[in-house]
Design a protein around this ligand. Sequence first.
Ligand code: 5GP
Ligand code: ZN
Length: 122
Amino acid sequence: MSQDCLFCKIARHEIPAKVVYEDDEFIAFHDINPMAPVHILLIPKRHVVTLADLTDADAAWTARMLRLVPQLARENGSSPLPEGGFRLVVNNGTEGGQEIDHLHFHILGGARPWSKRAAPAA
Ligand code: 5GP
Ligand code: ZN
């Protein structure tokens, strides 16, 4: 826990959020500025800044966090795979576009189709 961290405060319920899931380790809530019809943020309650801070000791809970992603995507409105689906985005560091320094997964869905890399010219 970090006293001044916004997402730690959400995890402690000191700042309100539209929570869609919570257990002892994680909390998930709607992004305040959604970029897609489905835009859920999934965070660990422990204060971790980026993926680069993880070690082998974090293997078990990070696997549990990953396993929550498809469940939360489906429960919050993304269409079933394989025709539907969702996007998982994790911004890391300044050049990675990270604004909140507490590890978070963006679970994005309901926008179809996601842009694809333009096909190379023939
Ligand atoms: P980042 O740019 O760090 O990857 O993403 C931070 C995300 O947190 C942004 O999508 C932003 O809209 C969201 N966000 C920032 N402040 C709040 C807040 O107080 N509540 C909620 N629910 N989301 C927030
Ligand atoms: Zn934090």
